[in-house]
Design a protein around this ligand. Structure first.
Ligand code: GLN
Length: 306
């Protein structure tokens, strides 16, 4: 590692030096990044790094670490360098084929899970009742679809539900399939390449989940440089960020079951706009907005009947 005297450095000394470099290169979380990447180089996790602060790091691991650090200094997201990201208590494979799952999207998964569990437990389901259908529109890594089925499986309810995971990117769908197979839930998810929904769709969905691109185009330029590594079509929502969301709203009447609901992730300043869009496009429907843990508007819940 240039600028670092080699073999005698300990884990904690390396973390400190690397964090200083990453801070200088513009990382917003230099220490965390350094710990995660050193863990990767050492074949351990962050706990291993913290627990063995005084251990000397050998030259082999040091070389690997240096290569990872250089990638991070160039702005590549930690999740792409490590190849995975934790989401909803699970590890998801991540690479440039899809958006990295964000913690705020866990809110959507929790709401979706609560909704499906409620529907499966309140009405009797005699044998032969068709599976409850959920759409995950713009599935990306498959984080929502997979977390939902894993959550249902823990409650022994996964057999009663089926997720249709849709993405316009074949590459993203392939990554989502890999994640579904990795978590053993590919049997409860159908993957479909389409723009929002297939051309022909029936109003059979009890639940439509969507984390669509919602960042206004002009804002994309000002955001962290990491975003340049992620697929632009997963982030860019047009002039006000809501172009794709509006197109989805137009198609909800075709896709949602009469008592179905849609859960849409939105940007912190889009709470009022989404309520306006729903009342303009879906007269008589209801839209309510729930905040995330930081208290910012994040989740829109849309249903047919007010
Ligand atoms: N929350 C994401 C971000 O700001 C945006 C994700 C999206 O457009 N769906 O990076």
């Amino acid at each position: 590692m240039p600028g670092m005297p080699g073999d005698a450095l300990t884990v904690s000394e390396l973390v400190r030096l690397a964090a200083a470099r990453l801070e200088a290169s513009g990382s917003g979380s230099p220490r965390l990044d350094a710990e995660l990447l050193l863990g990767q180089a050492l074949g351990t996790d962050r706990i291993g790094v913290l627990a063995h602060a005084g251990a000397p790091v050998g030259t082999g691991a040091l070389e690997v670490f240096e290569a990872l650090l250089v990638r991070r200094e160039r702005g590549e997201p930690v999740a792409y360098i490590r190849g995975f990201r934790e989401f909803h208590g699970l590890a998801f494979g991540t690479d440039a084929r899809a958006l990295i799952p964000r913690p705020e999207t866990e809110l959507l998964v929790d709401a979706a899970l609560a909704e499906v569990v409620r529907r499966l437990t309140t009405a009797p389901r005699p044998p032969g009742t068709p599976a409850l259908r959920v759409a995950d529109v713009g599935t990306g890594t498959g984080a929502i679809a997979v977390s939902l089925i894993v959550g249902l499986r823990r409650r022994k309810m996964d057999e009663a539900a089926l997720v249709i995971a849709v993405d316009s990117s074949e590459d993203a769908l392939q990554l989502a399939r890999e994640n579904a197979v990795g978590h053993g839930v590919a049997d409860r998810i159908v993957f479909v390449a389409a723009d929002l929904f297939p051309h022909h769709v029936e109003p059979t969905y009890a639940l439509v989940c969507a984390n669509l691109p919602y960042v206004p185009t002009a804002e994309l330029e000002q955001l962290a440089p990491e975003l340049a590594f992620e697929p632009r079509q997963a982030l860019d929502g047009g002039p006000d960020g809501l172009d794709v969301v509006r197109r989805l709203l137009e198609r909800l009447p075709e896709a949602l079951a009469p008592d179905g609901i849609a859960l849409l992730e939105i940007g912190a300043d889009q709470g009022e706009a989404i309520v306006r869009e729903v009342s303009a496009r879906l007269p008589g429907w209801r839209c309510t907005v729930a905040p995330d843990l930081a208290g910012r508007a994040r989740l829109a819940r849309i249903e047919r009947h007010a």
